[in-house]
Write a protein that binds this ligand. Structure first.
Ligand code: ATP
Length: 134
């Protein structure tokens, strides 16, 4: 049987995921990172994107927006602003958010909050990707 490590994904609202898993891959601030059981301890920032969780031969995608990851010998703690599993994602809502953000970024107005619109776009894209709609 493949080795496992406990993964907990927590947001300010809830425990989004808590399972024994085999592999975690995700968007660390300095590039994609892969964690296997018995990985060396580390703490890193996570960017908005997709966590890929391999468990019992299946790989699921979880949309996250930015936060932190702490890797300990027996457990991975992910603390993020938001996290959604594929079945929790409202695709129409994400498409609408994506469109709103694109319109803001394309607008000629000078007083747009570019970083905010770009972050909203990245969240929407991550949700659509996790739900298999991008
Ligand atoms: P929107 O403009 O649609 O609210 P947003 O990116 O601004 O999107 P967030 O502030 O990141 O939304 O999230 C607020 C809450 O709504 C969080 O609990 C998040 O998990 C949830 N959420 C946001 N978008 C979706 C979605 N498309 N499907 C399911 N839950 C979502």
């Amino acid at each position: 049987m493949a080795a496992t490590i406990r993964l907990e994904i927590v947001t300010p609202e809830k425990v989004a995921y808590a399972q024994e898993i085999n592999i975690l891959e995700g968007p660390a601030v300095d590039g994609e990172i892969g964690i296997l059981p018995r990985h060396a301890p580390l703490v890193t920032c996570l960017k908005t994107g997709i966590l890929k969780v391999t468990k019992d031969g299946e790989r699921i995608k979880i949309a996250i927006s930015d936060g932190f990851m702490e890797v300990k010998p027996e457990q991975i703690n992910v603390i993020v602003r938001t996290a959604e599993l594929p079945h929790q994602i409202d695709i129409e809502r994400a498409k609408a958010a994506q469109q709103r953000a694109r319109q803001r970024l394309d607008s000629e107005q000078e007083i747009i909050d570019y970083a905010r619109a770009e972050a909203a776009l990245n969240r929407a894209i991550a949700r659509l990707k996790a739900a298999g709609h991008h």
